[in-house]
Design a protein around this ligand. Sequence first.
Ligand SMILES: Nc1ncnc2c1ncn2[C@@H]1O[C@H](COP(=O)(O)OP(=O)(O)OP(=O)(O)O)[C@@H](O)[C@H]1O
Ligand SMILES: [Mg+2]
Length: 931
Amino acid sequence: DSQASIECRQPILDGGNQKRDCDFDVTGAAVCGRDLPVSTAAAANNADRSPTSELADALAAPDGPSLRRVTSLRQRRLLDFFLVMAVCNSVVVSIDQPASESAADSTATSATSVDSAVKRWKRQVWRRKAPPAASSELSASAAVAASAAPTPSLTPSPTPPTPLVLETDQLSAGTPEPCRYTDAELTKAYVAESPDEAALVRAACRSGCKLVQRDADSCLVWLPADGHVRLPLLCVMPFDADRKRMSVLVRDPATNRPMLLTKGADCAVLDRLRPSDPADTDSDADRVLLLTRLHMEQYSVAGLRTLCLAVRYLDEAEYADWLAEYTLAQRRIQGREAAMARAFDRLEAGLELLGATGVEDRLQEGAADTVAALREAGISVWVLTGDKQETAVQVGHACRLLTEGQQLLTLVADSPAEAGDRVRRWLRELDVAYRPAYQIRQRRARPAVRDGVALVLDGRALRHCLDELVSCDFLLLAEQCSSVLCCRTTPSQKAAVVGLVKESLGMQTLAIGDGANDVSMIQTADIGVGISGQEGMQAVMAADFSLARFRFLKKLLLVHGHWCYDRLARMSLYLFYKNCVYIMMLFWYQLFNGFSGQVNIGQVYQICFNLTMTSLGPLVIGILDRHLSAEILMANPVLYTDAQNCRSYLPWHFWLNILDAVWQSLVVFFVAYLGAMDTDCGIWSFGDTVVSAGVITAVAHNALEVRGWTGLHWFALLGSPLIAWFAFAIVLNLVCTNCLHPDNPYYVIVHGLTTARFWLPQLLAPVLALTPRLCVRAYRNTTRSNLTAQALRHQSSAASTRSTKPAWLLSPSAATRRRNGGGSSGDAVELATAGNFDGAAVATGAAGIISVGGEVGLSTSSDPHRLPLQTRPRTFPGPPPTAAALTALSSRSLSFLVRGNGSGVGGGRRVRTRSASSAAATAAAGRRASW
Ligand SMILES: Nc1ncnc2c1ncn2[C@@H]1O[C@H](COP(=O)(O)OP(=O)(O)OP(=O)(O)O)[C@@H](O)[C@H]1O
Ligand SMILES: [Mg+2]
């Protein structure tokens, strides 16, 4: 699933894990503070009045709709509307569970309990072992109806059940008995796979139509005019993403006729309505349809998820006929699914529209920030949702995937040719050159994204875009757009889109979703992330990573992703290095023995060099090292682009690393050789000196690579030479009196430790071997201006300011910063020329002034970890800042990223200013000079 849709899926758990029923409602008006009408046939005549309470009032009125009285058609529709809301779903009433469990206070618990409760119910439905015993609240007529429910095998009854005529006295006469549970108890007890369904059942309950109990064979509802009424369940046609609807076949308790209750997406229900009869002048079907469409549009534009509710009454012959087909379909071994779908299709036709509902689907806390951060990190975010377009666009705006003023390219097409034409026209308009598919994949750099353009398409258009004749152009277009929103997508389309991006663009893909409809997409993507929420655990079970909240994705990618990449890159480089050093130490000895293959290092040491003596250091780097703090990485998503561009492991890093290894082995070997020259040093004693210097050099190299020291780092790096080498070798030399022929090490190192020719190389070789690396490191740290280098400098300066060291131990700039109150902001603002911007001036701090081509704006942030790091200049529309405006900022953190036209501020010179106000004046002067 897409990020935005995940967010939308989680409205109920929002607000600090509190499940707040009042956050959503089908009717919205009273509860959500939204003045939205509910579209029903009953409300059709009075659509301009507030229908929310009107509907509930109408249901509860003394002369309101009742099953035991003859009511008007309009009243019956109102009753059916609420019955669909209450019954057409897979909601289980787990009233006996403690509220804390059933209310799903914790996401994980709720997901598990939802899953298990719903699964239990589904098992019951499919097994149908025994018809339920008539309970006390069952009215006599309902009891007859219940017993008339089909047998477990769903075999069509040879004779239709006795028609049940509802007799007035069979239902409780007079005032109906009150509902046995309170609204609060019931709403807490509803456990649903889908949060929308739970919202609908709760809304129906609050309006007066209460689902009290559900088992495999029947549903017990409470109605204001009738009390408890049991509806025998004949068949449940579960929701699936291809049909986009769900139906329940029940017996109407009033007439005992089969009655199909359906709810689903507008596109899945409105096409299946019974055509209106022009001869029937009483029918207001057209009017209801018109109003329902109008209301749904209002709901969608308000960002609500809409559903259409419909009903169909069948007669016994129709039902028996259908049941025969359905039973045959169920018994098929091959093509069972298709046959069942055909049977469902046949029944779910000729529907009568009852109305529509809108469920508010709020974004999780932090969702918008997360999407914004991912986009800032250079990650292309595509939203693939089953929602309708209007709702998805609203959600896109809410999560800041779409921005105001953006050009929305809305693709509607009925054929691949039409889709191809539209796409190619837009490509021409955007001035994008055509490229064949293989070139797109082989391309090194991604094209620049146009911030002002977003692409929106629905499932039908997407199907044509996935056609192989159109897909290449579609991808070219999609790449140009800052966001892509695919609506009304099926699970298979979601997977196909991910597969297309992965294969054709050669990109690493991450799919995140929370529902069963996201499973195939999650499995197709390179990295699958499941959100455990109200929609069950399927997504989590299929995913590589599981999160409880969408906002945790930011930390997963920007912090842990970044760390992981950096650690693995440096660990791999180190592993190549140490193997090369070891092999080369053996190789140099071959120059002295005519390449005979004789080695100067004992067998045990050869094995242990890699296995124990130099293995802990890279492991600790690979697991624990952190070159940038989590705060800096979270505050500066743009740092993620370094990882995306593989900056820590470029081909030249590898070759330089190997060259360095060759150099170090050369130094280690020949320094030991010079020490042993013209002495009585034996081959194994010389070997000990080489191994020892090699271990110390490799560990010192490792120490240079460490970015964040911890106790484990110290243990690994001190333990490797002291314990894994010296202690081990001494013990082996003392113990091994006559072993390991021919290199019996007995007393060799113990004797060597007493000689200067052993110790001198131990000191000299590491220093000489590591000097080039140290010099290059120092040079690069001083001169590099890329994002990571800037962040590292900021981090170390902040650390030195926080440090409790005496001032004379700090560098002059750190001492100045500490005097100025810390950080790199405040009075001391430094303007320095940035290497990659022509004529740009950069200063560290928290506020930024960013300008391109004469337009300039201000961006401020109070986060002290936020750096003015920008890979691309950005344009902030607005007039250039005046000196006064800049000076006004002097009381706050201030920094500049000012782009001139080659002259003016910065202008290739390094400018140092004393105070923010003088920096402001300089900038303003620069502005005048350059814009
Ligand atoms: N339980 C349900 N009963 C009837 N119709 C449903 C049900 N759940 C969803 N729908 C309808 O089917 C459409 C598609 O549902 P689907 O689950 O594929 O995607 P979604 O829930 O809208 O979005 P997402 O992709 O974010 O999960 C929904 O927009 C809704 O109109
Ligand atoms: Mg869904």
